[in-house]
Design a protein around this ligand. Structure first.
Ligand code: ADP
Ligand code: MG
Length: 780
């Protein structure tokens, strides 16, 4: 950007040759400019003077490159406006032209300072430099006290001064103003024209359209336009002002009284042949779509990165930080800018992503209620989804943790098969231990038992196991300990004696009652269900003795005999957590006196969880039946997967409704901002930057909405857990968190929501690129 003014003295600075321009009106074509020819020098205050409707604005719009001529040539300072495309002319205006419109036009969400600095930002000037320069010009216009006001809070006269500051901030070589005094009172108008005439003293060219005679006085050249033609170019200094004014007044009078011949309107019907819409072919469309998609994604990336950089920048400017650390934020910003320019995704001479983000954020904040409602809509949709999903995941996690701790996931149980005549006995247990990846095999004998304690007696499931089994399992030991020996003290192992006392007491041949001696006490571990049934609490249970008899089906010699033992004393050494049915675990040695018996099952411990399946297969090939907690977990997971799919569907519906709301907001807000978009384009916002600006807004909305939604959903889950815990406090006594969201799911939701933001934001963003800059100049 040029900050010093030194323009040449080009005699043919503005050149217009055989220029024609028509507009379609209904079915006709109205010729507005008819063969305009004009050559104007640089460094002059040029006033285009003519009655209303004579085509002055049309001529000016063509000179700004906002419209294309039908025929003829026109150029400013060598730039061929009739030849160059939209992007190039936009850039031409950005680099070389300052524009002042009749109706002041502003970025409504930006204050005076930001509005004046805006053209500089489009040049890629760092914010602090842009603000310094903007301040200079605002001060020059005597508007310093108003920098923090919104322009629309000021009077028209004040607004036009700000508009001059904005037009001058990039130090353009030509200032173009269409009826800039149109909305001003006499004095303010005169003041403004004075300022404009001053500008030419520094080598600038000023081109002003007016139909007000008072504005002619300070001009160097008057271009008289009448009925779509330049009828005269008058050098003001060659004439006495009085004569010139009189001449022009007479001329105006003629026009008003109609005494001078007003040529008929040049109207011809539209030639249908000429209106062939220039349709794009399929390849151009696909190419456009691809470019747009890449653009949309790169914009998302920019917005996210810029947000991060911006947040870091703000954190680093925290006033209590040490100065070197605080200063590092400038390095951060500079490095980020360098990174961005390195990617070549933004042109070097264009607005920085962080600045674009600033504008988008300001625009969101400016329309607070609307932003809150839109972001709120997205948040509720996301929160709802997150809540349902987190409860789903949470309950699943809870159930699985109740089913099995991680420790038992490497284990499986195997059962003999009657059909294949496979048994599990001490020999087979030794065989199992030799299997690949099997680290241990533990015999289990599951029996029915009877328990007597004081007055009460009840049926219980008896597991005769090794103490290792208890350690491997994930029972939660509430009280005491496990029996830690699998061998009984020697004095009590007196099998001979026991076998001698084996007596049949029943007429039923199959049932044999065995007295296994009552002079010794064995250890046992019981569960809470059993204690409840005999009326003991877990704390008083340890050390108590209960009587147990169990029924053993010994079919090792293939003559199914049920053996019922006499009641024996067992000492409770440990209590494990509640289960539904009363269970008692007794040492496996207790039943060893019955010889080589067949076990009801075996617990197989594998080297690793991943080995369970292969080990399982090798047992199943032999004919054993197997079970594993993994089965249950798989079932639970399947159940919850179904539930989650339903939750997700509900969430997607909620989100779709929310994104429709967002779409609506963006579209409506765009309609409101056509003039704002128009003026930004007049100043030099490229169509790509326009798209980026609007996409930034929609990405911001969905990003904020998603983050608030995820937090809200998790909070909802937490509160829900709290409520459930309070309700069930009498039983569980502790807080159970039943809401949980895996990080990858949270990230997935974030990505999906951003995509939704992108898709919903895309159409309004695309529409924004279609807005004509003329919207800003149109006078209402
Ligand atoms: P001025 O600025 O001198 O008042 P304009 O250049 O605005 O005149 O307009 C000249 C004529 O062209 C007017 O009759 C106007 O109605 C017509 N005109 C200008 N722009 C358009 C347009 N986009 N479509 C149709 N007619 C237009
Ligand atoms: Mg006009």
């Amino acid at each position: 950007m040029k900050l010093t003014t030194s323009f040449g003295d080009n005699k043919e600075y503005i050149r217009v040759k055989a220029l024609e321009k028509s507009f379609p009106v209904r079915d006709n074509v109205v010729k507005v400019l008819k063969d305009v020819n004009l050559t104007l020098p640089q460094n002059k205050f040029i006033v285009v003077f003519g009655p209303s409707g004579s085509g002055k604005s049309t001529l000016l719009n063509l000179l700004l490159g906002l419209e294309k001529p039908d025929k003829g040539e026109l150029s400013i300072g060598g730039f061929r406006l009739d030849r160059e495309d939209v992007e190039t002319t936009t850039n031409f205006r950005k680099e070389r032209v300052g524009v002042i419109t009749q109706q002041p036009n502003w970025i409504k969400s930006a204050n005076v300072l930001n509005n004046v600095a805006f053209p500089l930002l489009l040049h890629g000037v760092p914010s602090y430099k842009a603000y310094t320069r903007a301040m200079e010009l605002i001060a020059l216009m005597g508007m310093k006290p108003w920098v923090n006001f919104y322009p629309t809070e000021l009077s028209y006269g004040q607004q036009q001064k700000i508009a001059v500051a904005r037009a001058l901030v990039t130090d353009p070589e030509v200032i173009v103003a269409d009826e800039p005094t149109g909305n001003l009172d006499y004095e303010s108008g005169l003041n403004l024209v004075n300022i404009l005439s001053e500008l030419c003293k520094n080598g600038r060219t000023v081109l002003m359209v007016t139909h007000d005679l008072n504005n002619v006085e300070l001009s160097d050249i008057v271009v008289r336009v009448f009925d779509g033609r330049v009828v005269e170019v008058i050098n003001t200094k060659d004439n006495s002002m009085r004569e010139l004014k009189k001449y022009l007044i007479d001329y105006s009078k003629f026009v008003e009284s109609g005494t001078r011949a007003v040529s008929k309107l040049d109207i011809t019907p539209i030639d249908p042949e000429a209106v062939k819409a220039d349709t794009l072919n399929i390849f151009q469309r696909i190419k456009g779509l691809l470019i747009n998609t890449v653009d949309a994604f790169s914009t998302t990336l920019f917005v996210l990165m810029s947000l991060i950089v911006k947040t870091l920048y703000l954190l680093l400017s925290f006033k209590f930080l040490p100065t070197p650390l605080k200063n590092s934020r400038f390095i951060l910003e500079a490095s980020y800018d360098r990174l961005i320019s390195f990617t070549k995704l933004t042109k070097p001479n264009s607005i920085k992503p962080t600045q674009l983000l600033d504008i988008a954020i300001r625009s969101l904040f400016f329309r607070k209620t609307r932003a809150i409602i839109t972001i709120g809509g997205i948040s509720i949709g996301i929160a709802f989804t997150v809540f349902l999903l987190s409860i789903g995941f949470g309950i699943e996690r809870l159930v699985i943790s109740r089913v099995a701790s991680l420790a038992v996931l490497n284990q499986l149980d195997i059962y003999p098969s009657n059909a294949r005549q496979l048994v599990i006995n001490n020999e087979s247990i030794e065989e199992f231990k030799k299997f690949d990846n099997v680290t241990d095999a533990l015999p289990i004998l599951n029996m029915a038992g009877r328990i007597e304690y004081q007055e009460s007696n009840l049926d219980a499931v008896v597991f005769s196991v090794q103490s290792k089994y208890l350690n491997y399992s994930d029972f939660s030991l509430i009280e005491g300990q496990y029996f830690n020996s699998d061998s009984l003290p020697e004095y009590i192992v007196d099998v001979e004696e026991s076998e001698e006392s084996l007596t049949t007491t029943d007429e039923n041949e199959d049932l044999v009652t065995v007295d296994i001696g009552s002079n010794y006490i064995k250890d046992a571990v019981v569960n809470l269900a059993l204690l409840r049934n005999i009326g003991l609490s877990s704390s008083e249970a340890i050390g108590r003795e209960i009587d147990l008899s169990f029924v053993l089906t010994n079919d090792s010699n293939k003559n199914e005999v049920e053996v019922e033992t006499t009641f024996q004393k067992y000492k409770i050494v440990g209590v494990i957590a509640n289960q539904d049915t009363p269970v008692i675990y007794i040492p496996i040695k207790t039943i060893e006196m019955f010889g080589n018996i067949d076990y009801t099952q075996a617990r197989i411990v594998t080297s690793d969880q991943s080995m369970v399946q292969s080990v399982r297969d090798s047992f199943e090939i032999q004919g054993y039946k197997t079970t594993s907690v993994l089965d249950t977990i798989t079932q639970i997971e399947q159940l919850f997967n179904t539930a989650r799919t339903v939750f997700l569907a509900v969430g997607i519906v909620a989100l779709s409704v929310a994104s429709l709301g967002m779409f609506n907001t963006l579209t409506v807000s765009l309609l409101e901002r056509t003039k704002e978009v128009g003026i930004m384009k007049v100043i030099g916002l490229s169509s790509r930057e326009t798209k980026q600006l609007f996409l930034s807004e929609s990405i911001l909305i969905s990003l904020f909405g998603t983050i608030v939604g995820i937090i809200g959903g998790l909070l909802g889950g937490f509160i829900f857990s709290l409520l459930i815990s309070v309700i069930s406090l009498s039983r569980a006594n502790l807080f159970v968190n039943i809401s949980y969201l895996p990080l990858e799911t949270a990230l997935l939701i974030l990505v999906v929501a951003l995509l939704i933001g992108l898709v919903t934001g895309y159409y309004p963003a695309y529409r924004a690129t279609r807005i004509s800059p003329l919207e800003a100049l149109r006078y209402e």
